[in-house]
Design a protein around this ligand. Structure first.
Ligand code: TYD
Ligand code: MG
Length: 458
């Protein structure tokens, strides 16, 4: 007999409660509980319990560590170097990898492209598109497709049956929000359904040693039953991000049980699929030859990779009493702080001006070393004096206007040198152990924003 019950589930961490609560006791988030109707029969309840305590291959007996064979864990190396890098050197057998991102960013394209180019047997299960639609996309991307099997299915029991029979080397699920498990009677995409399906996929991956890639959508607000809830279940979480109006995409590691989370993969979306960007500094300039005012280049490090990125500022007289501030790809509060520092320490009149800031290529930069370039771009636009295009910057700006040290300065200088820049401005305190003779680029040091102002604009 199926019994129907109503529970309340937290959309952030997946905790459940018999009644609605305003604040989740587990993760502390507010207003995340939603009502779910569940009907389960008793047999499936028992099954449900079983996956929570899965029997391991070693027969539930403690095994001394040296006796466990590590050879079984040989990674499956993808033809996509960026993906290998982000996963920490290839796909681990039996691992469950979640690829999250906003709708339309290119998740399906990324994984279909992997399926078409990797020379092993793949099962690509789609609950979003029909076989014909996938075929059209595959034709667009091109590549060897003889090993790639497509299945349009949303029922987990059926799709796992097919996977067991086919025994692919990699299973791809597009997307977790469309799957539904017959053991649970709530809507696809709901908290309990997503958790149940992920649990079933995890059990399949661990028992069969077949790696499983799961696509999960997130919305700007963090979705109803979003990948947030799955982060605990899966082995690795990769986030695919970028501005949809630009062509560059970044694949970031949020969690990885088998590698570093500092890695980063960069792609460019083209008419025939995603292209790997192995030399990220090519994102750089908007190809200006002249020294236009309001633009400066930052020597940043994203993940483990040095990257030169152009920052652009526009400072113009405000027509309103409270001037506008807008930033794309940069934290607005940090921009306000930098403006306050320039106003107070250098005496520049930003308070009467509108300020717009933009990071080229639609990228979002978290590296604090970008501060110095932003400050230069701001002053350059205000004074209407261009910064020479062969000059770049790497330094953090503190509240008293001091230029602070940044990590891995040598790597930044080296990259700027390799790209033919003539000068790089860094913090005066960042020169410990630095051998300036090694580089052709001239390393200039500044201690305060005032010094930078006089060096560049006076
Ligand atoms: P898609 O992979 O469907 O996104 P997601 O699965 O994350 O929702 O990609 C959608 C966008 O990518 C779509 O707007 C069109 C674009 N695109 C290209 O520019 N070139 C291509 O070769 C493909 C397949 C898609
Ligand atoms: Mg898709």
């Amino acid at each position: 007999m199926a019994k129907v019950k109503t529970i309340y589930a937290c959309t952030s961490c997946g905790a459940t409660s018999p009644k609605w609560v305003g604040k989740c006791n587990h993760c502390g988030e507010w207003n995340t509980y939603i009502e779910e109707v569940i009907s389960k029969d008793t047999a499936t309840e028992a099954k449900d319990k079983a996956w929570r305590a899965p029997e391991t291959a070693s027969g539930n007996r403690p095994v001394p560590l040296p006796e466990i064979k590590a050879g079984d864990m040989a990674r499956l190396v993808a033809p996509d170097e960026e993906l290998n890098r982000v996963l920490g050197g290839g796909i681990v057998p039996g691992s469950l990898v979640l690829i999250g991102g906003q709708p339309g960013i290119g998740k399906s394209t990324l994984l279909l492209q992997l399926a078409l180019h990797i020379p092993v047997k793949i099962l690509y299960v789609s609950g979003e598109e029909s076989e014909e639609q996938i075929k059209m996309r595959a034709d667009r991307i091109g590549g060897q497709a003889s090993n790639c099997y497509i299945l349009a299915e949303t029922n987990t029991s059926k799709l796992l049956k097919h996977a067991q029979n086919l025994k692919p080397d990699l299973l791809i699920i597009d997307s977790i929000q469309t799957l539904s498990s017959p053991h649970i009677d709530s809507m696809p995409g709901s908290v309990s359904q997503v958790r149940e399906c992920a649990g079933e996929l995890q059990r399949f991956a661990k028992e069969s040693h077949i790696p499983v890639f799961i696509i999960g959508h997130i919305t700007k607000e963090g979705s109803i039953a979003g990948p947030k809830l799955l982060e605990h279940i899966v082995d690795a979480v990769l986030q695919f991000e970028g501005d949809r109006n630009y062509t560059y995409r970044i694949l970031r590691t949020i969690k990885n049980r088998f590698g570093s989370t500092d890695e980063l993969g960069i792609y460019e979306m083209q008419a025939n699929g995603l292209r790997e960007v192995s030399n990220p500094s090519e994102l750089l300039l908007s190809q200006n030859e002249e020294d236009l005012s309001g633009s400066a280049i930052a020597a940043t490090i994203e993940g483990m990779r040095p990257m030169l990125i152009e920052t652009q500022a526009l400072v113009s007289t405000s027509v309103y009493s409270s001037p506008q501030r807008s930033a794309t790809g940069f934290d607005l509060r940090r921009l306000n702080m930098l403006l306050a520092v320039l106003e107070k320490r250098v005496g520049l009149p930003f308070a009467q001006n509108d300020v717009f800031l933009n990071i080229a290529g639609g990228l979002r930069v978290d590296d604090p070393a970008i501060d110095l370039a932003i400050v230069s771009a701001l002053i350059s636009s205000l004074e209407d004096v261009g910064v020479p295009t062969d000059v770049c910057f790497a330094g953090e700006v503190g509240l008293s206007g001091e230029i602070r040290t940044v990590n891995r300065i040598e790597q930044r200088i080296q990259e700027a040198d390799r790209l033919g820049f003539k000068e790089i401005y860094i913090s005066k305190y960042n020169t410990k152990g630095l051998d300036r003779g090694r580089y052709e680029i001239e390393v200039k040091t500044v201690a305060k924003v005032q010094e930078l102002y006089f060096a560049l604009f006076k």
